[in-house]
Design a protein. Structure first.
Length: 710
């Protein structure tokens, strides 16, 4: 009886529509007090057509999670919360959601509800990372500084905005001598970010610690409070051969000029996100040991001596799974990067997030505190435990200070729900970890709508089973429905049990959505990625067909009403498949790839991206032929499928100039094609762009498939 009432309640709820994007809430950032008793998170929502975000305190009592309490308010964007060592003060960055040109300000407030103290930017611009000193008396941060890298002519100082009547005045020019002058989501990289320290708990005057023609990110204090480690790329030609490594600088005190930084963790490959061990003896980071790695090499946990003596080693050299969250879902937020470790829980244990088969979960890495050698293989959270969290995507993790007993605290999804604050104690007695409490203030907005159903199947493929998710309308049953194949980006992305908003909308509109993790998808190991390198449109296309054939064979998809959708590499796959098959009745590509030859240089990351993925290069006829062989433009004359092309106008990853080649060619061929440009937006605008543009995008997707699949 209860199950029947539950199904009736689900049917009584309305389906989600594109306009409901304005209701979306994401809990997307996390920090934890040293005693493990208070988590501070960022809750993002939409107000008056813009994103606003506020800080919330969430009490943690063992595995129990208390009721969230708002710490900040108003029409603001509060981000990057960092709790002081005593847990009484939170530092963060405050910006104006209605003025994109205004730089964010360093801010602090008491967790007891005190007033917010703002520090106007002086001698610095946009703020990046934040970190408190171990004693809580100083705050380190990274921020953009003068001099400009490329700007020429009269340039206002970095901390001074142009006068209102000159706000739209462009610089005289950019004198560019390196190929890293642009980056998607940032635009022109006119200034480097460097390291600053503020005395007196953030109330003093910021002191710039580093300088030079290079940038600083990912800062970490040494336990003695006298040294800061950070990520920087200071190679001879970092724009041509990027290789970030870990550096350290002794910050001194007062007006003392700090010495030059020294490199302390330098694998042949790369390293980022440093973290000192509690005794200051070791330095851990995320990185790769091998020089110039290809895309089939997963980044792992590296460990080296904190003083830089000796080469670093991998803590789990045979893991073959990437550190961090590599699963695709915008229910986890795209506004900021998650925090995935390495985090020290003692001198002999590191916790980090590991992605495996489209899920991302915490894992424990043990080491010998004396030698730094691995003590045992990493222990991940088992997926087969009897709890819905086994199908989780973890976006951020935090642990109490070393020596403090307390659970891991995480931002994690629950099936088709978005992120909530959850607790995990995998050190409880017994064979398996157990999840504790959770909040509900991040996903309450989803309770307004009828849920969708997610089913996992293993589709037989040419190289083995293809793990595939099938999203269906609630109560759809097993009858064949019009079906859309959605191809993820990357190609090193991976579909997860938690879907994209676009999947919620398509399933709510009556479609099945097929989400295959084809060869090339990360989180399945090197052997699953390697065959796709240098073979775009080959093994990957075969896997898309195989997954779709399997769903049709199950009787779930109508073979006469098939569509295809994809962003970035997924957009490439859309362009490739409509040029090599007529099985789809409609297609939607977004920020895709059409001409690998031109995109090698047009993309902000083209040369290094193409090297690591073995796509080819323009330095020889053979290299150009390889690029062209993997270009959908070569098949454009064969396209008969109605195609909607969506494009972010400010996308530097897959720029408009590339996709316009496909559109112009199709128009000259008289094919059914439409092209929509969204001004000012970058690559993942569909998830993090201006809300009204996200709504318009999804309305157009539903309308296009409605025309041809209904």
């Amino acid at each position: 009886m209860a199950a029947t009432l539950s199904r009736m309640a689900e049917r009584s709820l309305p389906p989600m529509t594109p306009a409901d994007i304005a209701r979306q809430v994401v809990v997307e950032e996390l920090d934890l007090s040293a005693d493990g008793r208070l988590a501070v998170v960022v809750r993002r929502s939409i107000r008056r057509g813009r994103y606003v975000s506020h800080l919330y305190g969430v009490p943690i009592d063992g595995l129990r999670v208390g009721r969230p309490r708002r710490l900040t308010d108003g029409p603001v964007r509060d981000t990057r919360p960092r709790l002081s060592s005593d847990g009484r003060t939170v530092a963060f960055v405050r910006s104006d959601p209605y003025d994109d040109d205004a730089p964010g300000q360093l801010a602090t407030t008491s967790i007891d509800g005190g007033r917010v103290r703002l520090r106007p930017p002086r001698r610095h611009g946009a703020i990046g990372d934040l970190a408190w000193s171990p004693d809580g008396r100083r705050l380190a941060f990274t921020a953009e500084v003068d001099p400009p890298r490329f700007l020429v002519g009269k340039v206002p100082p970095v901390d001074r905005r142009p006068a209102r009547d000159d706000a739209d005045e462009a610089p005289l020019g950019r004198h560019i001598r390196r190929v890293d002058w642009r980056w998607d989501g940032e635009g022109h990289r006119d200034r480097w970010s460097h390291l600053f320290v503020v005395e007196r708990g953030g109330l003093g005057r910021p002191r710039q610690v580093t300088r030079g023609d290079w940038g600083v990110e990912h800062i970490s204090w040494h336990p003695d409070g006298r040294t800061i480690a950070f990520t920087a790329d200071r190679g001879e030609s970092p724009d041509l051969h990027p290789r970030p490594t870990i550096w350290a600088v002794d910050i001194g005190g007062g007006s003392t000029e700090p010495p030059d930084p020294r490199e302390v963790l330098a694998p042949a490959g790369w390293a980022m996100h440093p973290a000192y061990s509690p005794d200051g003896r070791w330095l851990a980071a995320i990185g790769v040991l091998a020089a110039e790695p290809l895309d089939d090499v997963s980044p792992g946990i590296l460990l080296g001596a904190a003083d830089g003596a000796g080469p670093p080693r991998a803590l789990a050299p045979d893991l073959d799974r990437p550190i961090g969250n590599w699963a695709d879902s915008d229910l986890t937020g795209w506004m900021v990067d998650g925090r995935h470790g390495p985090l020290w829980r003692g001198v002999d244990e590191i916790v980090a997030t590991v992605s495996d088969r489209g899920r991302s979960l915490p894992a424990s890495f043990r080491l010998d505190a004396t030698t730094g050698r691995p003590a045992k293989v990493p222990v991940p959270l088992p997926r087969d435990q009897p709890t819905p969290w086994a199908e989780s995507v973890v976006q951020s993790i935090a642990v109490p200070a070393p020596g403090t007993v307390g659970p891991i605290v995480a931002l994690a999804t629950d099936g088709t729900d978005g992120l909530e604050v959850v607790t995990l104690d995998e050190r409880e007695p017994g064979p398996k970890p157990r999840w504790g409490g959770r909040t509900s203030f991040g996903t309450a907005w989803q309770r307004r709508f009828a849920p969708i159903l997610m089913r996992r199947v293993d589709a037989p493929g040419p190289s083995g089973p293809i793990e595939t998710w099938i999203a269906s309308p609630s109560g759809a049953g097993t009858a064949p429905l019009p079906t859309v194949v959605d191809v993820h980006g990357g190609p090193l992305g991976a579909w997860a049990p938690t879907p994209h908003v676009e999947v919620l909308l398509l399933a709510s509109a009556g479609y099945r959505v097929v989400l295959p993790n084809i060869r090339g998808s990360a989180t399945y190991g090197r052997d699953w990625i390697r065959p796709q390198l240098g073979d775009w449109g080959g093994v990957d296309a075969a896997d898309v067909h195989a997954a779709l054939d399997h769903v049709i064979g199950l009787g779930l998809a109508d073979p006469e009403r098939l569509g295809i959708l994809g962003l970035s590499y997924g957009g490439f796959m859309v362009h490739w498949l409509v040029g090599t098959t007529d099985r789809f009745r409609a297609a939607v590509s977004e920020n895709g790839v059409t001409n690998q030859v031109s995109d090698w240089a047009n993309s902000d990351s083209g040369p290094e991206y193409d090297r690591a993925s073995l796509l080819g290069d323009p330095f020889s006829p053979a290299g150009v032929e390889k690029l062209w062989r993997q270009s959908p433009l070569r098949n454009v004359a064969a396209v008969r499928t109605p195609l909607l092309m969506l494009q972010a106008e400010a996308d530097l990853r897959c720029p408009p100039q590339d996709n316009e080649q496909f559109f112009v060619a199709l128009r000259h061929l008289g094919r059914t094609v439409e092209y929509v440009l969204y001004p000012e937006e970058s690559h993942v605008y569909g998830s993090s762009g201006r809300p009204d543009r996200r709504i318009d995008r999804n309305e157009r997707i539903l309308d296009w498939f409605g025309r041809y699949l209904r």
